[in-house]
Ligand binder design. Structure first.
Ligand SMILES: Nc1ncnc2c1ncn2[C@@H]1O[C@H](COP(=O)(O)OP(=O)(O)O)[C@@H](O)[C@H]1O
Ligand SMILES: [Mg+2]
Length: 264
């Protein structure tokens, strides 16, 4: 899947990160990274722990500046979108406000941005969003009354509430049990098929990455760099059968072998 000619999605140019610049022991977390992510595509980052996946995501989200290089999201600086609440972020923990009910949690960003900027447009109808993520009927519940999987659904709804330009997910299902995790992957795929947001998804599960993605980016560590990029040409929509296909099993095996190489 070539990027040339497609509308700019996320453009990562020579992004380098060193933690503790000027300190006694700086950590060179990311070697210069170049990556073009087509608008509306689903890209996964995989690689050994410590290879800089979260660091790269934080730079794209404008949660930290790169030491060098730059990121553009649909030709905008990430900070511009972040301040408008238009970067959707989902992490391992749902990070819901425990004293607010589910609907208020989903509205939270919307309310924060609206308070700062009277021009902010309500782009997503919260009740239809809750229906899409399967939380209809749970609007008045508090987070602790929901299972871990449901809390992550609420976190996803919150991330989608302001019609984000991109959706960044850092091991969103890592804290869930196997069966819930599996269901969530299919739910996410269904939601992505209807919204077609540009997604960067971090996971330790190669099977999850292959199932969901258009491209899988395998990173290596110290400093983090892109080792290989895999185009995943499995037909969509993908389903349970997809995972039983020879092509799926072959691709997961291929990435797995390569992962062992970069871990040595
Ligand atoms: N705030 C920080 N200060 C110093 N080093 C850090 C910091 N955050 C991450 N690192 C280091 O940067 C490297 C990349 O970390 P991270 O992006 O979390 O990797 P991953 O998400 O792939 O596991 C690791 O060596 C980690 O120890
Ligand atoms: Mg990480």
């Amino acid at each position: 899947m070539a990027d040339s000619g497609t509308r700019a999605g996320i453009s990562i140019s020579a992004v380098e990160v060193t933690y503790g610049v000027g300190s006694r022991e700086p950590v060179h977390a990311l070697a210069p990274i170049d990556l073009e992510i087509a608008d509306g595509s689903f890209v996964s980052l995989v690689g050994p722990s410590g290879c800089g996946k979260s660091t790269l995501l934080r730079v794209v989200a404008d949660l930290m500046p790169p030491t060098r290089g730059r990121v553009r999201i649909n030709d905008d600086a990430p900070g511009t979108l972040r301040r408008a609440g238009r970067i959707g972020l989902v992490s391992q923990q749902a990070n819901l406000m425990p004293w607010l009910d589910i609907e208020s949690n989903v509205r939270l960003l919307e309310d924060l941005v609206a308070a700062k900027d009277a021009q902010a447009v309500r782009t997503q109808n919260v009740s239809s969003l809750l229906e899409i993520v399967g939380l209809k009927g749970f609007e008045r519940k508090l987070p602790h009354q929901l299972s871990g999987g449901m809390q992550q659904r609420a976190s996803l709804a919150r991330a989608l509430a302001l019609d984000p330009a991109i959706l960044l997910m850092d091991e969103p299902f890592a804290a869930l049990d196997e069966i819930t995790r599996d269901r969530m992957a299919f739910e996410l795929m269904r939601i992505w098929e209807s919204y077609r947001k540009t997604v960067i998804f971090i996971t330790h599960s190669l099977a999850e990455a292959v199932l969901l993605s258009d491209r899988v980016v395998l990173m290596s560590a110290r400093p983090g760099r892109i080792h290989k990029v895999y185009d995943i040409d499995l037909p969509r929509p993908r389903n349970q059968e997809t995972r039983l296909s020879d092509q799926f099993i072959h691709t997961v095996g291929q990435i797995n072998r390569e992962l062992y190489k970069v871990m040595l």
